[in-house]
Ligand binder design. Structure first.
Ligand code: SF4
Ligand code: SF4
Length: 465
């Protein structure tokens, strides 16, 4: 009996070069030559296709699309991978909130000046050591794991950081595992002694700096309301000089600053940062919700950095723009996910009292507490809090072309918008789709230039981090 084929969910991207077809289920990408694209357009509205009854040139083209799994037997049913359960996935990353306190008063801080809504406190060194053991003892077959020092301002508690690092080295050697360290700091407390420690231990540093003084100082004042740009920049030289690992600038911009994205990027690269990542602010209050014009400016900023990424790649160089590098790495490896991020699945946060949360951004919220170092991770709590965050989302996501790359979006962002601000579900989806669309188009351009092959190894390493 003749085999009838039907189309699987796909999206076609057209631009200056060859058209590209994106297979939604597997996040697979194939280029289409002119003839194949024409054939696709001609047959796309035919629900059931019998290849044996298709005229010859079209038959060959459609067979190619069948090989690419864009056409599959009509009887084919997608077998959804069973999502893992919390606790089944070994830990690979632990965020340690060493200081729930901060010396800055950033206007957009989601952590209430680093305290996460509680009395300011510091993690004691013994609990830091205990957290290191928890990470290594629960890391399964991973030979390399990551410990992230976070806050508040983590450099307020060098005692706990030093305790954690020396314990991680000692215990890691004993059980033949290696811990990679990273830290996100506001940069105001960096001095030569701290920098020597960070360099000696190859700690990857991300400094929160929002661009030139007139932008940064508006966002990130100190406790007295004074700008902090000059202070931070005066401390960068020693950090950037001879750093054994790349130093990144981590930018947060409010909607009224989104039009200045390229200015911010250029300024930070000019200061000597090795990489720059730019995040649109989370709307921690309704005044930070963006207008349509501001959202358009945000996308335009990303588009112009993507254009620059392509022209830089044509010269054989890589533009150190973290957002795009991360996305291209995922597209390059066709990384689809069963869950939106690692929160609760290999990624956990420990607060300054030794309590677990599935993500550092959910720290301090009783509904998301997931056990403690003393009693262990409570996987039932993780399951129920992630279920509550995902509740009702699967139906809208199942119809979305971006689902295999997005998988529902950021838990914290969804919780903030829907449960705290009372916005309808999906207010950030248009932007997410536009950003993924930009990433796929950029990838296609780089591929048709042959540039993606040249940076393949770098993207593969990045995707594994
Ligand atoms: S430096 Fe970080 S923790 Fe401190 S106020 Fe700013 S955003 Fe909040
Ligand atoms: S963009 Fe929105 S609808 Fe699409 S997968 Fe992400 S969260 Fe779901």
């Amino acid at each position: 009996m003749a085999e009838l084929l039907s189309w699987t969910d796909h999206r076609v991207f057209t631009g200056s070069g060859e058209a590209l077809i994106f297979g939604v289920e597997e996040a697979s990408l194939f280029s289409l030559n002119h003839k194949a694209h024409e054939t696709l357009l001609k047959w796309r509205s035919t629900e059931l296709i019998d290849l044996d009854k298709t005229p010859l040139p079209d038959q060959e083209m459609l067979q190619g699309l069948r090989d690419a799994q864009i056409l599959l037997p009509a009887t084919w049913q997608k077998v959804c991978p069973t999502p893992p359960k919390p606790g089944q996935v070994p830990l690979s990353t632990l965020v340690l909130e060493v200081a729930q306190d901060c010396n800055l008063r950033c206007t957009y801080c989601y952590a209430e000046s680093g305290t996460y809504g509680a009395a300011p406190c510091l993690l004691d060194p013994d609990t830091a050591r205990q957290a290191v053991h928890h990470l290594l003892d629960n890391s399964g077959d991973h030979k390399h794991v990551t410990l992230i020092f976070f806050g508040g301002e983590p450099l307020l508690n060098m005692q706990a950081i030093r305790a954690a690092v020396s314990e991680a080295i000692l215990y890691g050697e004993k059980i033949d595992k290696q811990v990679h360290f990273s830290i996100t700091t506001n940069g105001t407390l960096l001095d030569s002694e701290i920098v020597a420690f960070l360099h000696d231990n190859r700690v990857s540093v991300a400094v929160s700096l929002d661009g030139p003084g007139h932008i940064h100082d508006h966002n990130r004042p100190d406790e007295k309301g004074n700008g902090t740009y000059t202070e931070i920049v005066s401390r960068l030289g020693v950090l950037l000089k001879n750093s054994p690992v790349p130093v990144a600038a981590r930018v947060t911009l409010t909607p009224d600053q989104w039009h200045a994205m390229t200015e911010v990027y250029d300024h930070l690269i000019g200061l000597g940062f090795h990489e720059v990542g730019i995040a649109p602010v989370s709307p921690v209050n309704k005044t930070l919700l963006a207008t349509h014009v501001q959202q358009t400016a945000l996308l335009k900023g990303f588009e112009s950095l993507a254009d620059r990424f392509v022209s830089t790649a044509r010269k054989g160089l890589v533009l150190p723009f973290s957002n795009l590098l991360d996305l291209l790495a995922r597209i390059h490896l066709g990384q689809t996910r069963a869950v939106s991020c690692g929160a609760g699945f290999g990624y956990m946060a420990v607060d300054a009292k030794g309590e677990f949360f599935p993500c550092h951004r959910l720290t301090g919220q009783a509904d998301f507490n997931a056990g403690s170092l003393a009693e262990g991770i409570n996987t039932d709590s993780i399951t129920s809090c992630l279920d509550s965050l995902n509740n009702g989302r699967s139906q809208s996501c199942s119809k979305c072309w971006a689902r295999s790359l997005c998988v529902g979006g950021c838990h914290y962002e969804n919780h903030l918008r829907e449960n705290q601000l009372g916005l309808p579900r999906g207010t950030s989806c248009n932007f997410i789709r536009s950003w993924l669309d930009l990433g796929i188009r950029t990838y296609a351009e780089l591929r048709s230039d042959g540039a993606i092959a040249a940076m393949g190894q770098r993207l593969e390493q990045r995707a594994q981090c």
